[in-house]
Design a protein around this ligand. Sequence first.
Ligand code: MLT
Ligand code: ZN
Length: 474
Amino acid sequence: MTAAPPAVTTADVRLLARRLSAVVGDAHVLADADLRAPYERDFTGRWQGGSLLVVRPADTAQTAEVLRLCAGAGVAVVPQGGNTGLVGASVPGGDARGEVLLSLRRLDGVGPVDPRARRVTVGAGVTLAALQHQVRPHGLEFGVDLASRDSATLGGMAATNAGGERVVRYGTTRANVAGVEAVTADGRVLDRLAGLPKDNTGYDLAGLLVGSEGTLAVLTRLRLVLRTRPPRRTAALLAVDSVAAAVAALEPLRRLESLELAEFFTADGLALVLAHGSLPAPFRTAHPVYLLVECAAAHDPTEELADAVALCAAREVAVATDGGARRRLAAYRERHTEAVNSLGPPLKFDVTLPLPELPRFVDELPGLLAGRARAVVFGHLAEGNVHLNLVGAARSDEEPLARAVLGRVADAGGSISAEHGVGRAKAAYVPLTRGADDVALMRAVKAAWDPAGILNPGAMLPSPPPPGARPRPA
Ligand code: MLT
Ligand code: ZN
């Protein structure tokens, strides 16, 4: 049997705090419970856990030193960006001995925009909104956009390979990160920042770190791909009969090269958003399902969008061309998360279904849930990415509900983790869609980068079976 690692004593924490203070300054080592609290609880209130200390380095060199000191003290580290994650990947709680929470928010420098290479280098703590603000005057934009843009940081988005609303056109964050700088668990700095369009020298370590949820290394800087910002935009909200009708509408819509976004939500979710945000309804009557689409191009895309919408069997359509009207339509979709949250910490599922399976999955939910929770469903339709939020479930029902939902997704050939990450929320369910060899290879990758298991313990990988455990019969 392997010996349990020694406990971290109060004296150890004090000594570590002193050493960390010498690196980042006293003001950036938070030992006081009140100061640590906002970092220790996630946005939904579902995930929270006490840290030993919160440490806020200012740059890569300080981050490397922090990791060296924590590794030397044998203390685990949980990296955190804007703390907008939804799967417990960036709040402490994975190591019973306690963890240091490493906040990357002070790494918030934006380098010069290079309009020829169409690249910019940013610190991991730069928010998406700040990046958008910096690149817009150059007629450029970052391809990924999401509702939490004001708080979500590029480091966190890269660590989770965030998707968001424009994947149909620009792909997920991985497709928009050209290079990274990262610090390993023992404090070495890996420089893969060049972000050259052509560079096949060895394994794609930058691509591997994107989506690794802080389990392999800590991202400190990112070289980002920028795109031409299309100047003309038109949005439309379509009311349709069913999820199947919304999926069918994707066929004419996806013929449009200008299509940038295709999102869906239901009558129940919209009613919640309207009540929570005191918003006016988009139509005089409620409809079962809504599809929000947006096109962007150098030319005015209104006419081509109208032609495609005419083929979509919509009951009613609202069109918006100016910025204010588009934002009002977008709010019906983007404000779902906060509206759901207002009902109490939801049980969140972020799954992908193959498109032909998606309508049946949504239609069968009432049977699957059997009255044990209220379901609010919305998501990124073009990718088959469903955000299923369950509210009001009894604690004792949560695990059976998760098994039922994720098992159904796996049986349909879907993914149990579409864009929010695996975190601690889904780690136990990874074997539903990843075989034993696959998990063993992922564990080997983790062991190569972080042999002491210091980085983000409990996130992403299912716990290994206890030593000597027999495989369970199928
Ligand atoms: C969204 O698409 O709005 C986000 O993924 C957040 C959520 O799922 O609640
Ligand atoms: Zn989403």
